[in-house]
Design a binder for this molecule. Structure first.
Ligand SMILES: [Zn+2]
Ligand SMILES: [Zn+2]
Length: 258
């Protein structure tokens, strides 16, 4: 069976809670919210970071895995995302003001630069290795954003990351039987619906309303990106609104088999 590891499952950092990051394999992660703590020196082996969008809770550990293990690295770190995401990281994060521009700094052990950037397109399947590939799909957030479908041995997991609309994700799940697992965000409790809409996130009530049109019932549902402060309240709300679904609320360092 295929597996991915949840390195960070929550919508903001807090004591004992990490932000979004998914460990696909030794060299590939989706998002960089929480890499350093769970991976320690294995962080130095990461070669590709597939970003969903430019928000800090999804990019922050890029800064620290480079800094901590600078002398261990011997491959360039490839930061991958939509053109707007790459532009935002270059201009507002690794810009020599907030953090060094590592795309012009040589690695300690090599003539190659520490960081490079790769822009991707929605709907194109990118090969990771002989058995696995990854494809971005459009999501609906306050900045340009995407989710990913990770495929291994012809089985797939779909990860939405931050989004308000689930239309594209639901369409993909209905049309692709290889998708057997679905990780969806849910950030705020249902009485904070106005803030959720404005910040383009979901509440338990909105999430399960949107899932009503999804006809498939042979798919495993996982929830991430809960704000830790509201965890207890949202666990109760998810149980109340879940309907036919049996969602699993993800925790840091949990494994998903798909
Ligand atoms: Zn987020
Ligand atoms: Zn976001």
């Amino acid at each position: 069976m295929n597996e991915i590891k949840i390195l960070g499952a929550y919508g903001t950092k807090s004591k004992g809670f990490g932000t979004s990051a998914f460990y696909l394999d030794e060299k590939n992660v989706i998002d960089a919210g929480n890499l350093l703590k769970p991976l320690e020196e294995k962080s130095a082996l990461i070669e590709n970071i597939w970003l969903t969008h430019s928000h800090l809770d999804h990019i922050c550990d890029i800064a620290y895995i480079i800094d901590n293990y600078f002398s261990y690295r011997n491959t360039t770190l490839n930061i991958i995302g939509l053109p707007e995401t790459i532009k935002a990281v270059k201009k507002h994060f690794l810009n020599d003001l907030i953090w060094p521009d590592f795309s012009v700094i040589h690695m300690h052990n090599s003539k190659q630069m520490t960081v490079r950037y790769t822009e991707i397109e929605i709907g194109t399947r990118y090969k990771i290795d002989e058995n696995s590939s990854i494809e971005a799909f459009k999501t609906d957030h306050t900045v340009p954003s995407c989710g990913y479908i990770f495929t291994k041995e012809n089985k797939s997991i779909l990860i939405t990351a931050d989004t308000y609309s689930l239309d594209t994700a639901i369409h993909l799940i209905e049309s692709r039987k290889d998708i057997n697992s679905f990780v969806v965000e849910c950030s705020f409790p249902s009485d904070m619906e106005a803030l959720a809409k404005e910040s383009k996130h979901l509440t338990p009530k909105i999430l399960f309303e949107k899932l009503e049109v999804l006809k498939r019932d042979d798919i495993r549902l996982y929830i991430n990106h809960i704000k830790p402060l509201f965890l207890e309240k949202m666990i109760k709300e998810i149980a109340y609104y879940r309907g036919k679904w049996e969602p699993k609320i993800l925790e840091d360092e949990e494994i998903i088999n798909f």
